[in-house]
Design a protein around this ligand. Sequence first.
Ligand SMILES: Nc1ncnc2c1ncn2[C@@H]1O[C@H](COP(=O)(O)OP(=O)(O)OP(=O)(O)O)[C@@H](O)[C@H]1O
Ligand SMILES: C[C@H](N)[C@H](N)CCCCCC(=O)O
Ligand SMILES: [Mg+2]
Length: 245
Amino acid sequence: MQSVFITGTDTDAGKTFVSVLLLEAINRAGFRTSGFKPIAAGCEQTAEGLRNDDALNLQRASSHKLPYNMINPIALAAPIAPHIAAHNLGTRIDMQLVSKTLAALQEEDIDFLLVEGAGGWRLPTFLPSLKPLLNEKEHEDEPQKQPQKAEFLSEFVAQAKLPVILVVGMKLGCLNHAALTFEQIKRDNCELVGWIANQVDPDMDCYAENLASLHALIDAPFLAEVKHGQKSIELAEKTLSQLLA
Ligand SMILES: Nc1ncnc2c1ncn2[C@@H]1O[C@H](COP(=O)(O)OP(=O)(O)OP(=O)(O)O)[C@@H](O)[C@H]1O
Ligand SMILES: C[C@H](N)[C@H](N)CCCCCC(=O)O
Ligand SMILES: [Mg+2]
């Protein structure tokens, strides 16, 4: 099975929009797919539990049907940075659960697992700098613990050796975001399968020049261009075999 991590130049770059089109294209080519949204912030309370739109969209677009908890193990209600949402609940993001769920998914009978990040590449999963949790006072007399270090979702991607696809949300500011993200993925020793230009802003000035500038900035294969409102994506044979290698 091939697993791929979808990152973006920012939140709202179109990771979910593009992921759904990718899953549908790979389904059409006859492969068994599943989406995975390990960490989702911004959920509705339902009778079944917390539900996130990204995870539901990925679940719907997957040809291999799995229970919600496997598609989205960390579901946080507040639509804010996930580590802050967790902190405000007096808890922290359980990355062990994320790793265990990934391992379980990789045991499933599927050809392609698409893992959608949250926000951009350097999404924090834990930061020690937030003010102490309310119940932390009880532990004041305990010996000082080891200083805690910042943790990022990109570390999980590197540890799991997930190849990465970068979705560039085509809007003003994306050149800087794309260049920084590209450079950091390389510095983190992750494999960049390629990048996708996603036209989130239908009225972007000088779209063609911005696209040409991205080609100059990102030294990785250009996989696809997704126009605003595009309903499906055609993947080149080469791209399909690269994704499913
Ligand atoms: N090519 C497109 N055409 C039309 N609408 C788009 C396109 N790409 C994204 N959008 C819309 O832009 C919004 C943000 O896209 P999306 O939710 O996919 O971003 P994201 O990167 O997944 O964000 P998050 O960090 O919350 O996961 C959504 O309303 C989505 O439907
Ligand atoms: C709530 C939002 N739609 C995303 N799910 C989370 C975006 C987190 C961004 C964190 C940050 O880099 O500032
Ligand atoms: Mg999304």
